[in-house]
Design a protein. Structure first.
Length: 149
């Protein structure tokens, strides 16, 4: 009868691990969005840096100002990626702890709560950094009619 109880415990731990796995999927999607934004920032900065020597003197200051904004945006996205990746790693540790607790017959609930809380805090931090990056990106937009030529 011990085997049936062990299987029941494992089945229960699998059920408990499903919710963190869904969160892990969301974090993975978020990481995809963040890395795409970082790639676009890097591409734009490289293009600007390449054209900088060819720009007229009046446009150089404007290009340098845009490079400054791009640098800030890249730092914010880097921070968001770091925090989101930390969140994913912590969620993985939550899942491992759930299974380890069952396998070892130990109550790891305090560790699991700590890890899960840290994961959510990292995710919140990543989302805040993402929000600040979006703000920096949209703060430099100027929708004006084209100048007549």
């Amino acid at each position: 009868m011990q085997t049936a109880s062990g299987i029941t415990d494992v089945a229960h731990s699998i059920q408990l691990a499903v919710a963190p796995v869904f969160l892990l999927t969301g974090v993975g999607t978020m990481l995809g969005v963040l890395t795409n934004r970082l790639a676009r920032i890097i591409d734009r900065a490289r293009t600007l840096e390449r054209t900088l020597p060819e720009l007229p003197a009046a446009a150089v200051a404007e290009a340098r100002a845009e490079l400054t904004v791009l640098s800030r945006r890249a730092r914010l996205i880097h921070r968001a990626i770091t925090l989101s990746t930390s969140c994913a790693l912590l969620i993985c540790l939550v899942i491992v702890s759930l299974f380890a607790g069952v396998a070892l017959g130990q109550d790891l609930s305090r560790l699991i709560v700590l890890l899960f809380t840290a994961a959510l805090a990292a995710f919140v931090g990543g989302l805040l950094s993402f929000l600040l990056e979006i703000r920096a990106a949209t703060g430099t937009l100027h929708f004006a009619p084209p100048k007549p030529q």
